[in-house]
Design a protein around this ligand. Sequence first.
Ligand code: MN
Length: 744
Amino acid sequence: METVAQAPKYNLNDEQEKKLILREYRALLKGLRSRIKPGDRKIIRQAFEMAAEAHKSMRRKSGEPYILHPLAVARICVEEIGLGVRSSICALLHDTVEDTDITLEDVQREFGNEIAKIVDGLTKISTVVDVNASQQAENFRKILLTLTDDPRVIIIKLADRLHNMRTMDSMKLEKQLKISSETVYVYAPLAHRMGLYNIKTEMEDLAMKYLEPDTYKDIARKLAETKRERTRFINEFIKPLKEKLETGEFNFDIYGRPKSIHSIWDKMKKKGVAFEEVYDLFAIRIILDSAPEKEKEDCWKVYSMITDEYSPSPERLRDWLSNPKSNGYEALHTTVMGPMGKWVEVQIRTKRMNEIAEKGLAAHWKYKEGGSDESRFDKWFGQIREVLTSQDTDSVDFLQDFKMSFLAEEIYIYTPKGDVKMLPVGATALDFAFSVHSEVGSKCIGAKVNHKLVPISHKLRSGDQVEIITSNKQKASEDWLNFVVTAKARTKIKDALKEEKRTVAEEGKYTLQRKLEGMGAAVNQHNIDEVTNFYKLASPLELYYQVSVKNIDLKELKEFKVTGDRLDAPKPVRVIEVKPEYHPGLQKKDAELIIFGESSDKIVYNLANCCKPIPGDDVFGFVTTGKGLTIHRTNCPNAAKLMANYGHRIVKTKWAKNKEISFLTGLKIIGMDDVGIVNKITNLISGELRINIAAITIEAKEGLFEGTIKLFVHDKEELEELVQDLKDLPGIHSVDRFDTEAAG
Ligand code: MN
């Protein structure tokens, strides 16, 4: 990995600080040198002074003067992404409107509309990020809305995020973790999609450094240890190629480049192999200096030279020359059998392509000037815009859909006429149908892939030619959502289903109205909500629908109380059954749970996996459409989110006493290593207290031991008693219950 410019330690005096700031400013100007036009220098200076003055009294967590941050972001924009003067000005000002007295009007007055708009976009993004985790999806949507306005907003935002990641050392651990996970979830994939490979890679590596520090250090160390060996291998591999290329009169550069720590880790996890077994720890890169009209030809010539020397693996040829990725990436990749039977990936591209690979969008535009056809970027933005403007998508769904359809790798599909369409990996014939037109999608009954008939759920592969078969009788159905991956298809299907449901629900709405009127109750919001909640349904629409399709016959309304025209549901307390999934042998009798306000019907429910409640815990029920009730502990990590977003689906519940059924739970014990400690613990648990142990692991290290025990208890009381008894054993330091699946 490239070295990262780390801010020096801050114990500088005013004079030294001033010097440092000026040095950074000059470096920025130097980077811009080739593109500064007359008059630019003055505006940049003005922006710098405005920002420096506004941030004057502010310092970063590390102690350094705040202005160094906008300066660094501007330098990243210029030096690493290749943006120009206007973007630098925006980068310098990116935190002013949010954090200082400067207003958007000030920026507009001094620098004009174009810059004010970008700064406004950047301000909006930062004020929506960081509110709370459940807001994440909505924030992302806002980011994307600004992206389609002016892509520079998102690029500067990426530079800002990168600099924050590079300088996160002085932050609190939980902040580091939060920022890192946000980065891998949203920003790195976005950087990838904008074609900023270096930035994406660095973001992933930095995030991993905080999220998985041990693994990160381990792989970094192993990479360093094997460096000498690798260099020798690379040189041996390159030597014959170099000789060939030189006789071919090419202007070229050839080198081996290590893969990032994160991508190595990804491969280890995906393939379930050790570091030593990851074969492509590096790639060979050949960069050609070709005339524009000879680029493609030269790349293939070089390909042919390489495969004369080493034999290629045919299924690992990637031709992004003929079909560049939608983020603009162009290259030819092949994997060949190198010395000692090792597979080696070789990437062939020209200088122009290399610049696009490194600087993404910005470089792409540079070369696009004078070009005629609509770029793939423009198409991509067009698709995003289309999805963003389609009405009422749930924002959490939206983020998931978006990640799947816009941030995934892509495949190329041909229409019968030979036009090419790009779809994400995993796309099916139905996705393709929707990408042609939403009417084609909703009427699709099958497809011909390479002239063979396939069902609509057929997964497509790059290069397939697809012809869609439609029928006027066809209608979108719920299960279609199980096999489409594009946001467009999902949105259109959901819209169609909702429309269909609305039509069907009309009848149910009418039935309910008559029923209410028959009872002398008003048809108003309160009464309808009362009925909806009584049946544990997510919305009145759902209620009408269930009545229409006769899943609900409204007989229970008899038991409702009518006061004037007001309707109130009966509130009996009743006991229902729970089926613990953990230990069939112990399932002598079903455990009991009291649900408040329940009717006499049996309610199916299950225990949430995220917090594994046991009797005695404070719990609540959460209504899941189609799945009944899920029981969570009130201190479950997901509780706040569920309660905040879906208050109406929360049901009050309480455990009933039951001594005959056991629940699996876990304890973590830390103490002094002592001969016989395991015996003492197990004796106490299974001997004295007669509690069933499912698993026990104890690890001793330097005089301390750490044990995890999985055991079956009847309820919280019993567990607490056990914890107390364990704590009373000599040498035990702490005993804690596992809260989550992850900890178990
Ligand atoms: Mn910032």
